[in-house]
Design a protein around this ligand. Structure first.
Ligand SMILES: Nc1ncnc2c1ncn2[C@@H]1O[C@H](COP(=O)(O)OP(=O)(O)OP(=O)(O)O)[C@@H](O)[C@H]1O
Ligand SMILES: [Mg+2]
Length: 321
């Protein structure tokens, strides 16, 4: 008897873009397992894109980006501060993620330039970016996505000078704490993750949203001090904070870095503290530095997919879909 089982695809599919539609340009970044190129989508009026060329297909990154894409109503403002995937492509046997392009590079790079110019971030920029980053994390946490690699290299600055989080290569989807194998970036890493890191690959740790909070505390510290965590020694487990920093801000960073993760603030607490502080300091904080970045193709453009098939073949993340 024929099965009447309905196949449900709750998440939108991701467009497979023929590689000839994309012009591959210069190298703009790289990580351990990928290189990122600038490019244009020729058949979309030369829309600028970033091409993340993967040494191996990363299911989890696609799963997370699809979960975000699924939120079509996009009522949560935090959705605007997440780098969007436009499609996938394949060139020279390599899988490529075609992403919206952030013209001003990574936050890490931007802060280095400021440091070279011996300038601090203007208060308006500092408060707006810390708010945008926190809204992005709030949105992810509401979707039960733990980023797990929050650091200044994984925030991008768009041509309109808004901040967006990227790189879901080691994220996980969970309602709270789960046990998982470990990878990550040491200077931003919460202490509960150190042990597994030093034990090496394959060791298991507990991950939670509060690990993202620890790391985001380091990113706020980077934005305020323009110092680099990998070149700075911690004092009593904390990155050094200078005396002229408002005590409310210092207290908040210290609470992000609490060894007992349950004592760390939630992302909502961070948003509230930063808002209170900006009011006290009489800094005008906007949701966007300039108008929201235009959506590449409002209404979506998802009508073809091979990713779905590949995910089914891979099988192991099917329970997440
Ligand atoms: N959409 C984008 N627009 C502009 N630059 C980008 C974009 N995506 C990535 N980059 C640049 O490439 C760098 C690496 O990208 P990403 O963080 O996504 O890769 P990665 O996952 O860290 O690599 P790996 O996991 O292999 O270490 C970023 O820090 C940034 O400088
Ligand atoms: Mg990265």
């Amino acid at each position: 008897m024929a099965s009447n089982k309905t196949v449900i695809k709750p998440y939108p599919e991701i467009l497979e873009i023929p590689c000839n539609d994309i012009e591959f340009g210069e190298l703009i970044g790289h990580g351990g397992t990928c290189s990122v190129l600038k490019g244009v989508w020729k058949t979309k009026k030369d829309f600028p894109v970033a091409i993340k060329r993967l040494n191996h297909f990363r299911e989890i990154e696609i799963v997370v980006l699809r979960k975000i894409k699924a939120d079509e109503e996009q009522k949560h403002i935090g959705r605007k501060f997440i780098t969007e995937i436009l499609g996938v492509s394949k060139k020279d046997h390599m899988d490529c993620m075609i992403m919206e392009y952030a013209a001003n590079g990574s936050l890490h790079h931007y802060l280095s330039q400021k440091r070279e110019q011996e300038q601090l971030l203007e208060n308006e920029t500092f408060f707006t970016w810390t708010r945008q980053g926190a809204l992005a994390i709030q949105y992810l946490h509401e979707l039960d996505i733990i980023h797990r690699d929050i650091k200044s290299l994984n925030f991008l600055i768009t041509d309109k000078y808004n901040l967006k989080v990227c790189d879901f290569g080691i994220s996980c989807i969970t309602d709270e704490t789960v046990t998982t194998t470990y990878t990550g970036s040491l200077p931003w890493m919460a202490p509960e993750n150190f042990e597994a890191f030093f034990k090496g690959r394959g060791s298991r740790i507990m991950v939670s949203k509060r690990s993202d909070i620890y790391s985001y505390g380091v990113v706020i510290w980077e934005m305020r001090t323009l110092r680099e965590p990998h070149k700075t020694e911690k004092v009593d487990g904390n990155y050094p904070l200078n005396d002229e920093m408002p005590s409310k801000l210092k207290d908040m960073m210290h609470s992000c870095w609490e060894t007992d993760r349950m004592k760390r603030p939630s992302i909502l607490d961070i948003l509230q503290t930063m808002q209170d502080l900006s009011i006290t300091m009489e800094v005008e904080v906007k949701d966007f530095i300039e108008m929201p970045d235009e959506r590449p193709f409002p209404g979506g453009d998802n009508n073809a997919v091979n990713v779905e098939k590949r995910l089914t073949e891979v099988g192991k993340y099917n329970t997440l879909l």
